[in-house]
Design a protein around this ligand. Structure first.
Ligand code: SF4
Length: 87
């Protein structure tokens, strides 16, 4: 199964329409989380994402891609998303 990632267009946008449709609450930070204001973008937790793709069409800036189909210039965002959740 392939997961989804959030790339550069989210920076400074952080719309969160994607958060509302995600069935497994794997997109963070949400607006009700302390981290939201300081975060430059939203991230998808690859350990929780079920790859449903529902978030893709919700994004007003087209920032969300399947990890198998990320534009080359944003390929490094796969790691940026997973690193965000690494402890
Ligand atoms: Fe959530 Fe589905 Fe998007 Fe993964 S692909 S972040 S599970 S809405």
């Amino acid at each position: 199964m392939s997961v989804y990632i959030i790339a550069e267009p989210c920076i400074g946008t952080k719309d969160t329409a994607c958060v509302a449709v995600c069935p497994v609450d794997c997109i963070h930070p949400r607006k009700d989380e302390d981290e939201y204001d300081a975060s430059s973008q939203l991230y998808i937790d690859p350990n929780t994402c079920i790859g449903c793709g529902l978030c893709v069409d919700e994004c007003p800036v087209k920032a969300i891609f399947c990890e198998d189909n990320v534009p080359p210039e944003w390929a490094h965002y796969v790691k940026i998303n997973s690193d965000h959740f690494a402890q």
